[in-house]
Design a binder for this molecule. Structure first.
Ligand code: G3P
Ligand code: CA
Length: 237
């Protein structure tokens, strides 16, 4: 592409804070999200599950073992019970609405539990977040549900061990973006996605080499645990 295209790409390339800024803060906590925003990320990524009583709990795993001082599945606890746990450095497990209020950045809200789609759509609708929140998921059915409930909300299909059919899957659920494991990403797949009018994001990009690869592949941005890696290569158009 020409120089203007390359400069445009350099200026619009997105740095997305993974679970906030999990490289330095306890993942998926308000502390992590506030830190990511202060660091200047363009978008903050977070993960969502449903509690036993239907709250939208911000946590990556389906159980609390790895990231808190408790044990067992999220879905077997009420929000009040989950609030008693320490999510790291004394932080409490947040709910989605608290993250919405704690930061101003655009959010990538990942539906981990397909059953949470309805609740996510409800928050996005009642809080008028369609312009600020992109709903993302590994689960096609979660994105299809969001598409039905809130046709105007942007969505992204996430892929780890995806095949070439991931482009058709994204189009089938109305997603505008693919967010893919950069370790398995090829130029051929990126070109196929672009030909289908899909943006492509890469995760998880934590080194300068991976960042250069992402830029070379023409990605729209990267999901990173360490947004500070952007500084060294910010304006390399
Ligand atoms: O943003 C996509 C990325 O977060 C998917 O992987 O396991 O960190 O949710 P994971
Ligand atoms: Ca995620």
């Amino acid at each position: 592409s020409n120089r203007a295209d390359r400069i445009e790409a350099a200026l619009t390339f997105l740095t997305i804070g993974h679970r906030g800024m999990m490289g330095v803060e306890p993942e998926n906590t308000l502390r992590s999200f506030v830190r990511a925003e202060r660091e200047g990320v363009d978008v903050i990524e977070l993960d969502l599950h449903l509690s036993k009583d239907g709250a939208l709990v911000v946590m990556h795993d389906a159980d609390v073992d790895r990231t808190t001082d408790g044990t067992g599945p999220i879905v077997e606890r009420t929000l009040a019970e989950l609030r008693e746990l320490d999510a790291g450095l004394g932080e409490r497990i947040p709910v989605f609405e608290e993250v919405v209020d704690a930061v101003r950045a655009p959010l990538q809200a990942e539906i981990k539990d397909v059953a949470a789609a309805q609740a996510v759509a409800e928050v996005v609708r009642t809080r008028d977040l369609a312009g600020r929140v992109e709903v993302i998921s590994f689960h096609d059915e979660a994105l299809a549900a969001i598409r039905t409930l809130l046709p105007g909300v942007r969505t992204a299909l996430v892929g780890d061990r995806y095949g070439a059919d991931v482009v058709d899957r994204a189009k089938a659920v109305g997603a505008g973006t693919l967010s893919l494991n950069i370790r398995r990403l090829t130029l051929e797949l990126v070109e196929r996605a672009h030909a289908a009018q899909l943006k492509v994001l890469g995760w998880t990009v934590n080194t300068h080499d991976q960042l250069r690869l992402a830029r070379g592949l023409g990605l729209a941005g990267v999901v990173t645990d360490q947004p500070e890696i952007r500084r060294a290569v910010r304006f390399t158009a």
